[in-house]
Design a protein around this ligand. Structure first.
Ligand SMILES: [Zn+2]
Length: 155
């Protein structure tokens, strides 16, 4: 970017010098020389315009990068991993989520997880990567439930 700013400064200096020359030009100078000076001025201004457009494009890209990094930084501070999922801690201290561990670890995407059903507290599915997550408490309840079913069936 520094080279663009240096190029822009040079173009402006050249244009200014030519403009001063054209302003102070002797009325006795030939029409051809006068037009040549104007053509140089127009060229210098065109180069300045191009340099400004390139500089503007670079600044827009840098703004996007800064914005993306700021949002990643803000998210990082507020995202907490609690095995096996991520939760977002809000300003008031409450938790929001859960969010998919795989999607967040892969590409920093916060994808809200869906519960299987109302009675499956602690078990979720990601609608993007199709991963399933459940807490240890959910797995324990599920095992106990299965044992109860088997026990009832065998009695
Ligand atoms: Zn996912």
């Amino acid at each position: 970017m520094i080279e663009y700013i240096a190029g822009l400064k040079t173009s402006v200096e050249v244009a200014t010098t030519i403009a001063k020359t054209v302003k102070d030009i002797d009325r006795n100078v030939s029409e051809a020389e006068y037009k040549a000076q104007l053509a140089e001025l127009i060229l210098a201004l065109s180069e300045t315009h191009l340099s400004m457009a390139e500089l503007n494009s670079i600044l827009i890209d840098k703004d996007k990068t800064i914005s993306k990094l700021q949002s990643q930084l803000e998210m990082k501070d507020n995202i907490v991993y609690e095995d096996p999922v991520y939760w977002k801690t809000l300003v008031d201290g409450t938790k929001e989520g859960p969010y998919c561990q795989k999607c967040y670890d892969d590409n920093k995407k916060l994808v809200r997880l869906l519960t299987f059903s109302a009675d499956n507290e602690g078990a979720w599915k990601c609608s993007v990567c199709e991963s399933f997550f459940n807490t240890k408490e959910y797995a324990r309840r599920r095992r106990e439930n299965n044992r109860r079913i088997v026990k009832n069936f065998t009695l």
